[in-house]
Design a protein around this ligand. Structure first.
Ligand code: ARG
Length: 358
């Protein structure tokens, strides 16, 4: 804790113009740690730490805008009910009527001997998945486990393909999570249509506008914030080439290929590839028409390389995981494909970390 805290306070003072000499703050932090086993970040330290955690996210292609992150300081909130209410407020302020804003909400940190509550869901908004007696899925198989757990806790599930899961918050290890239905007005969604093919709308597909990751710990200067949901905006391929296309997700390519009248008898006809492009086009088109922020993979790739160059000018490396940055369609058409990156350093902080399970 002491070593991490000192590193962070020094970094804060180095990077923040006008923050001045770190020594007084260092002394203060060290004595607070000696007295209490932890320390409190100033609001400015928290905001800086959260932004740098985003900047350090080696798997994120959207980091150019790291400075614009809106940081909601809710460290005083640790009750499940109030946390849920603030998560819904997060979704509304992030959705912003379609002009998506990157937002992080930071709830209470872990303290020595006193772990803070956690959000069980992997994202604030996600669709439930239900397995039928024949083994087939309705909805999103990635939301299967959570739907099952919520039902065990008496959540009355629907039977739709796009039922929003309840938000589940767990106060401590071994205790049952409490669940809260996400209000409709907190979930902005877009119905998917294709710019040319009228039948596409009949597939009844839709997706939510705000991807808000809620199962990662924000670690800043040795302090862990296990409930710190954050969002950016979607890049179309996340939905079009993965969520709707993966065989273990909505698995839509077969139906789209048939509707397109493609020869699906052999992989060599590239029917899957052709169907995939049309699904991705429908996603980008529909978000655009609905006035909801979404990036395409060509534009976002270019922005990312601008970010890498900008960081280099500031004297900083940009550790990057190639396999996460290259988009899942048309990789070689984007500039991010044709180069290597600074190696990922798992010890880099501040960071958003995968959370250890309770
Ligand atoms: N890939 C995830 C999804 O499809 C979201 C991950 C975060 N994405 C983002 N654009 N910030 O739901």
């Amino acid at each position: 804790m002491i070593a991490q805290a000192a590193l962070f306070v020094r970094q804060f003072h180095e990077e923040q113009p006008g923050a001045g000499d770190p020594s007084p703050r260092l002394r203060e932090v060290l004595s607070e740690i000696e007295r209490t086993g932890t320390y409190r970040h100033t609001p400015a330290e928290l905001a800086f730490g959260a932004k740098v955690a985003w900047r350090n996210a080696a798997r994120c292609i959207g980091r150019l805008y790291w400075r614009s992150l809106v940081v909601r300081d809710l460290r005083h909130v640790s009750g499940p009910q109030e946390m849920a209410r603030e998560c819904f407020a997060h979704l509304r302020t992030a959705a912003n009527g379609g002009r998506i804003r990157p937002v992080v909400t930071v709830f209470a940190p872990d303290r020595p001997g006193l772990p803070a509550p956690r959000i069980v869901n992997s994202q604030l908004v996600r669709y439930a998945g239900y397995r039928g007696p024949d083994g087939g899925w309705t909805g999103d198989p990635a939301g299967g486990e959570l739907a099952r757990r919520a039902r065990e806790l008496e959540w009355k599930s629907g039977e739709g393909r796009f039922d929003v899961l309840p938000l589940m918050i767990q106060r401590r290890p071994g205790e049952a999570p409490q669940w809260f239905e996400v209000p409709d007005d907190a979930v902005l969604e877009v119905e998917l249509r294709h710019p040319e093919f009228g039948w596409f709308a009949e597939l009844g597909l839709r997706w939510y506008a705000v991807p808000a990751i809620s199962d990662m710990t924000l670690e800043i200067g040795g302090v862990r914030y296990p409930a710190a949901p954050f969002n950016g905006w979607y890049m179309g391929t996340e939905i079009g080439a993965r969520n709707l296309a993966d065989a273990d997700r909505y698995d839509m390519l077969g139906e789209v290929g048939r509707r397109l009248g493609l020869d699906t008898s052999s992989a060599r006809t590239l029917w899957r590839d052709r169907a995939l492009v049309e699904v991705n086009l429908a996603v980008l088109h529909s978000f655009q028409e609905a006035g909801v922020t979404m990036a395409d993979h060509h534009t976002e790739s270019e922005r990312f390389l601008r970010h890498v160059a900008q960081e280099a000018r500031a004297g900083r490396p940009t550790p990057t995981d190639w396999s996460w940055i290259v988009p899942p369609v048309s990789g070689g058409l984007t500039p991010v494909y044709h180069r290597y990156y600074d190696p990922v350093d798992p010890d880099q902080r501040p960071a958003f970390l995968t959370r250890e399970p309770w």
